[in-house]
Ligand binder design. Structure first.
Ligand code: NAD
Ligand code: TYD
Length: 353
């Protein structure tokens, strides 16, 4: 089986749903169910024989040791994190605790598990550390895109905490031999993204007729990667990536924030004729230390592992808006807080740690 951390979040839930839809090995999902963890994301797997859930903290060493001893995963896909830049500016402590301390505890536990595996299993074991392009800092308009050798220059507390985690992951590989692979991907979008992030927030506000907040001039550039493409890239790296290497993953879709907001408005205008959603755009105060541009040079993963994104941004954003239109209950459950009620502690029938 594989252990996925943070599987109730946006990317983690997409990863587990895709993984089990392809009849791969069973998955153990370790998730603390913070505000960002939505148990309903994996509702469809409740009675799936290959899915197990444990509510717990990646910083809990005793729990990690028990889980690894009991389940003996052949890989760890580490997605659990505090992930929102604005929250890291308002209060960095949980970012340090989960992204830095938590990741380090997970690396320690993984090392203990890996070092007790028989040689063939140890050779096949992988620790996949899922990171972000934000660790590289900000690019100017004409700078070349981030390659894997671009220096780390994180600017926000979020990106500093992810950069720190990446350095520890590298150290556990270099010093202890743990077969770690790190991926640095660009901004994901798609279904089930927590509605504090740009795309779901704009969709939600537009549907409610509320202002669409664009930070500063809105000309900051991000590369947008559909979450399904990200999941296929992670599977590729897990299957074929080389321990000790890092791989950049992008969507080949650089857009300014204003372009993204207008793209969403166009799809909504078609879906709800008679309204001009772009009239709701409002420029608001800029984010402190706002990075100007991120861009991914994906030549390494393309040439060495044969992976490239399949979803064009225009189609991906159309599908994403349609998903939010068809799943208004999902967003409503977050705004009402209902998604946190009755959250499972774990699946006791299948877990005895
Ligand atoms: P998310 O915020 O939607 O989900 C994070 C999940 O981690 C939640 O389910 C939460 O409950 C869980 N979690 C948080 N702290 C935990 C802890 N201490 N122990 C166990 N579980 C904990 O995040 P996401 O957008 O799905 O991102 C997943 C990973 O991908 C993160 O590492 C993030 O840094 C990285 N990433 C995300 C993006 C993006 O655009 N969303 C881009 C690049 C990299
Ligand atoms: P976000 O989704 O928070 O991702 P990240 O900060 O990790 O890139 O933001 C994407 C971009 O959109 C970023 O440049 C900040 C901007 N933004 C807005 O202009 N308005 C908003 O309300 C939000 C949440 C983000």
């Amino acid at each position: 089986m594989i252990l996925v951390t943070g599987g109730c979040g946006f990317i983690g839930s997409a990863f587990i749903l895709d993984w089990l839809a392809q009849d791969r090995e069973p998955v153990l999902n370790l998730d603390l169910l913070t505000y960002a963890g939505h148990p309903g994301n994996l509702q469809a797997l409740q009675s799936h024989s290959g899915y197990r859930f444990v509510r717990g903290d990646i910083g809990d060493q005793a729990l990690l040791a028990a889980l690894l001893r009991e389940h003996r995963p052949r890989a760890i896909v580490h997605l659990a994190a505090e992930s929102h830049v604005d929250r890291s500016i308002a209060g960095p402590d949980p970012f340090i605790q989960t992204n830095v301390v938590g990741t380090t505890r997970l690396l320690q536990a993984a090392h203990g598990h890996w070092s007790r595996l028989p040689p063939a299993e140890a050779a096949a074991f992988r620790f996949l550390n899922v990171s972000t392009d934000e660790v590289f800092g900000s690019l100017g308009a004409d700078d070349p895109a981030f390659s894997e050798t671009h220096p780390y220059r994180p600017n926000s507390p979020y990106s500093a905490s992810k950069a720190s985690a990446d350095h520890f992951a590298r150290a556990w590989c270099h010093t202890f031999g743990l077969p770690v692979i790190t991926t640095n991907c660009s901004n994901n979008y798609g279904p089930r993204q927590f509605p504090e992030k740009l795309i779901p927030l704009v969709i939600h506000h537009a549907l409610a007729g509320r202002p669409l907040p664009v930070y500063g001039d809105g000309l900051q550039v991000r590369d947008w990667l559909h979450v399904n493409d990200h999941c296929s890239a992670l599977r590729t790296v897990l299957d074929q990536g080389r321990p000790g290497e890092t791989y950049n993953i992008g969507g080949r879709s650089e857009r300014t924030n204003l372009e993204v907001v207008h793209a969403i408005c166009r799809v909504l205008d078609e879906a709800r004729p008679g309204r001009r959603h772009a009239e709701l755009i409002r420029h608001v105060d800029d984010r402190c230390g706002h990075d100007r541009r991120y861009a991914i040079d994906d030549r390494k993963i393309a040439s060495q592992l044969g992976w490239k994104p399949a979803v064009a941004f225009e189609q991906g954003i159309r599908d994403t808006v349609q998903w939010y239109l068809a799943n208004s209950d999902w967003v409503a459950s977050i705004h009402s807080g209902a998604y946190r009620q009755g959250a499972p502690q774990s699946n006791p029938a299948r877990h005895s740690a």
